[in-house]
Design a binder for this molecule. Structure first.
Ligand code: RBF
Length: 158
């Protein structure tokens, strides 16, 4: 599985850009909240660790991952917002709802990033089981919230 081989939680911060004056939006889905809270904490702590100020990190929740796109747009539309990080967990079910949600979010947040010309990061964990999702939040495949924050910092240094 690709994400089993690609763990960006081990990253090289030596050439990170200065983010001490950058503003970040975190949009966190409430579905599978136990896991999204861990992703959110990972992203938040990573931004702080690399110099962001707590008062410059705006955390918001949306009901489910499908709403991440609009939540991202609400934040990205503000000129002073530098990057937005979207976090959610979608578990494959018996129907194809997960496909619809994931495709909609992937396309939606891509559009938001292009529209506002700023990083809008895709931190959507999509797995077959809850256990696989936990592995990507606090387990053997790192924390995808940490990785989403790293991606945002990297894009700000582009
Ligand atoms: N939201 C998630 O973030 N993760 C899910 O795994 C998830 N599964 C859903 C399954 C079904 C059948 C439905 C109807 C919604 C699901 N949602 C899930 C919620 C979705 O993202 C959205 O919040 C709602 O559909 C309201 O627009």
């Amino acid at each position: 599985m690709a994400t089993a081989l690609q763990n960006l939680s081990d990253y090289d911060a030596s050439n990170f850009t200065d983010i001490s004056e950058k503003r970040f939006g975190l949009v966190v889905a409430e579905w599978n909240r136990e896991i999204t809270d861990v992703l959110s904490a990972g992203a938040y702590d990573t931004l702080l660790k690399h110099g962001a100020k707590a008062e410059n990190i705006y955390r918001n929740t949306v009901p489910g991952s499908f709403e991440l796109t609009l939540g991202a747009q609400f934040l990205a539309q503000h000129d002073e917002m530098d990057a937005v990080i979207c976090l959610g967990v979608v578990i494959r079910g018996e129907t194809k709802h997960d496909d619809y949600i994931c495709h909609a979010v992937a396309q939606g947040i891509t559009q938001v990033g292009l529209k506002f010309n700023k990083p809008v990061i895709f931190g959507l964990v999509t797995t077959n089981t809850l256990e696989q999702a936990w592995d990507r939040a606090s387990g053997k495949h790192g924390n995808k919230g940490v990785e989403a924050a790293v991606a945002a910092i990297q894009m700000l240094g582009f």
